[in-house]
Structures are given as C-alpha cells and as structure tokens.
Design a protein around this ligand. Structure first.
Ligand SMILES: *[C@@H]1O[C@H](CO)[C@@H](O)[C@H](O)[C@H]1NC(C)=O
Ligand SMILES: *[C@@H]1O[C@H](CO)[C@@H](O)[C@H](O)[C@H]1NC(C)=O
Ligand SMILES: *[C@@H]1O[C@H](CO)[C@@H](O)[C@H](O)[C@H]1NC(C)=O
Ligand SMILES: *[C@@H]1O[C@H](CO)[C@@H](O)[C@H](O)[C@H]1NC(C)=O
Ligand SMILES: *[C@@H]1O[C@H](CO)[C@@H](O)[C@H](O)[C@H]1NC(C)=O
Length: 324
C-alpha cells in the first residue's frame, strides 16, 4: 500500500525537480543580472567576463576593477572628472560641493591604476605628485622630470565631531573606527596605527611604507580617499550615502576634516614664503554634513619627527586663489 504511491513518486517529482532546477538557474541568472560593483559606484558592469562573469570597468578609463577590494584613487579621480564633464550624477554630489582645483584634475594612471609620478595639464603644464596624487613640486613645463612616485607613508586624518554629540568613550570610538577601516575599507589592521581623541577632535593615523605593503593589501591612500568621500556624503560604495558610524548607538557627526599627507621624502617647492620642505595644498570642500576637507602635504622634521604646519588654507581662501 505504501509501496504503490511510493513508486509513483519519481514521475511527478522529476518535472518538479526540473522546475526547481530551472528556478535555481533563473534565480542565479537574476542574481547575475544584478551585476554591479559593490565597492565602486563609478563603474559600468556587464556579463562580459569569462563564462558570463560580471565584469566591471571604471568610468573614464575603462580599466577593469576588482570589486572585492577598493579601486585606486587615481582611477576614481579620473572617473570623477569624466562624470563632471558629461554632467551625469553618478555619485550624488553634495549641494555645496563647488570647488575644483589642484586636487581635482584628470590624472594619468599607470597599468596598475596608480598615479603616474608626472602629471600634466591638457596644456603643457606639468608637476610631480605623490602616491595620493597630490602635487609635491612646483609646476614646470614638459621638460619637468619626476624620477619616481614618492610614497605617502603616513596619513593623519583629523576630524572634529559636533559638540552637541557630547563626549564619546575613547575605547568604544577606537574600536568602532578600527572596525570601519577593517571591514568597510578592507585595510589590514596593522596599518591603522592609532586613534587619538580629545573631545571634539578625533585623529586617525594610517601608516604604511612600501616594505610593509604586501600584494593585495589595500593602500592607505585609497582607504583614506574612500573615507573622505564617505565623510562628504558622496560614498563610493553601492547602496551607501555617507559615513554612518555609531558609537554605542550614538551617531558620529563630523563637522570638519583635515587630512595631512606625509611623504617619504620632503616635497620640493621653491616658494620663499614657506620654510623648507613644508607646504599645504588644498583639495576639497564642503560636505553634505558641512565638512571642509583640507589636504596638506607636510614633511616631517627629521630631528623631532613632529609635524609643523606652515600653511593651511580653508574654504574662503580657496576661492580667491583657486590654483595653487
Ligand atoms: C541587487 O542589487 C540591489 C542593490 O545593490 C540589492 O539590494 C539586491 O539585493 C540585489 N539583488 C540580488 C538578487 O543580488
Ligand atoms: C590647466 O590648464 C588650464 C588652462 O588650460 C588652467 O586654467 C589650469 O589652471 C591649469 N591647471 C593646473 C593645475 O595647472
Ligand atoms: C568605555 O567603555 C569601556 C567598554 O566599552 C568601559 O570598559 C570603560 O569603562 C568606558 N570608559 C568610560 C570612561 O566610560
Ligand atoms: C617601515 O616601517 C617600519 C615600522 O614603522 C619601520 O621599522 C621600517 O624602518 C620602515 N621601512 C622603511 C623602508 O621606511
Ligand atoms: C581581487 O581582490 C581580492 C582582495 O584583495 C583578491 O583576493 C583577489 O585575488 C583579487 N582578484 C583578482 C582577479 O585580482
């Protein structure tokens, strides 16, 4: 009695099995159709890869990007310039972001997507940059030589949170920021050297020299750039808007951001008003959350190892002097 219906089972279950298989296949295809790059909004993706694999290319360069890690800052700047030109709003621009200057140029990237040591204008103006793409020499003509790409091995991110947030617990804040850099920016924890806090200022120190960086390791330049864009409410991650960090349920609202870049070699500027080797170069502007980002290049004084700021320009000055 039980055997009868039991024997009948295979025939109805075979189409059922096929149906399930079909569903699985279409489900799979649907998932594949949803072919986007989680770590970079500024890409176009399609199933052109081997075996119909989802493959994503950076806008502006057509460079194939690896969507399981960060895209290099050079390619991101290139994509940003492209999207500005075409007027497409690929990344929600913040209402207040108006300023394009030295920090926003259409860079030349090498075969790995890194900045080329020498960058030139469409005209014949050239200058040398460091590994974060910031100018570190005077401008010259096409004869200017940049022998090597000088590495930015220390990045200090200086944030001020809203005073109304009150005070954060330092160890909780530290843990939360370390988690952010590890999980969201995929930066190996050993490159986040320290988190300092004295209300309302938070400092994040990233350190990574060439010998410490293994193949496949995220570069601190890229992690810092993704962070900067998050702070400005222009997240590069799919499905994100900006920085949404909570410390014990209390949101971290950033008011102002300064980013200091320290190169392995002192920058080479001849401007007399600056003491040797020290300069500030401004890059960016206002965020959705009212954060001005000032970018500085500084070199450390060998003996003390301390920073010395010579020039910081903020938003107001920037307008008067757009090209540094
Ligand atoms: C497709 O992408 C969207 C947004 O990135 C995501 O919410 C959704 O879960 C994805 N669907 C599939 C089937 O992967
Ligand atoms: C690049 O050239 C344009 C003119 O073509 C000039 O306005 C701009 O300031 C130059 N940018 C830099 C960074 O030299
Ligand atoms: C901060 O939080 C840690 C645990 O997360 C706790 O051990 C410590 O006492 C707290 N410090 C203060 C000052 O509240
Ligand atoms: C790299 O950093 C480590 C630790 O900070 C340091 O000991 C080492 O000398 C550095 N190497 C170079 C080549 O600067
Ligand atoms: C993409 O990046 C991940 C993480 O760095 C790495 O494991 C993987 O091998 C990379 N894939 C390709 C195709 O380079």
């Amino acid at each position: 009695m039980a055997g009868g219906p039991g024997l009948e089972l295979p025939s109805p279950s075979l189409p059922l099995f096929l149906l399930l298989l079909l569903a699985a296949v279409t489900g799979h295809t649907a998932a594949q159709d949803n072919c986007t790059c989680p770590t970079n909004k500024m890409t176009t993706c399609s199933q052109d890869g081997p075996g119909g694999r989802c493959q994503c290319r950076a806008l502006g360069s057509d460079f194939e990007v690896n969507c399981s890690t960060l895209t290099s800052k050079c390619l991101l700047l290139k994509a940003r310039m492209r999207s500005h030109k075409s007027g497409r709003k690929l990344v929600r621009p913040s209402e207040h972001a108006l300023v394009d200057n030295d920090g926003l140029y259409d860079p030349e990237c090498d075969h790995e997507g890194r900045f080329k040591a020498r960058q030139c204008n469409q005209t014949s103006v050239c200058w040398c940059v460091n590994s974060v793409g910031v100018r570190r020499t005077d401008k010259g003509d096409l004869n200017l030589r940049c022998d090597e790409l000088v590495r930015t091995h220390h990045i200090l991110i200086d944030l001020r949170h809203r005073p109304s947030s009150g005070s954060f617990n330092h160890s909780d804040l530290d843990a939360e920021l370390r988690r952010l850099f590890r999980e969201r920016y995929r930066l190996h924890p050993r490159f986040l050297a320290a988190v300092h806090y004295e209300q309302p200022t938070i400092q994040i120190e990233l350190r990574q020299n060439a010998s410490q960086k293994a193949p496949g390791d995220v570069d601190i330049a890229d992690a810092a750039y993704y962070f900067e864009r998050d702070v400005k409410g222009e997240s590069l991650f799919q499905g994100r808007q900006g920085l949404d960090v909570n410390v014990h349920g209390k949101p971290l609202l950033v008011e102002r951001t300064l980013i200091y870049y320290l190169d392995e070699k002192p920058p080479q500027f001849s401007m007399k008003r600056l003491t040797s080797g020290l300069i500030a170069v401004i890059v960016v502007v206002v965020a959705a959350i009212v954060a001005g980002v000032v970018v500085l290049v500084i070199s450390n004084r060998r003996k003390t190892g301390k920073y010395k700021k010579v020039e910081i320009k903020e938003l107001g000055e920037l307008r008067k002097q757009p090209s540094l």
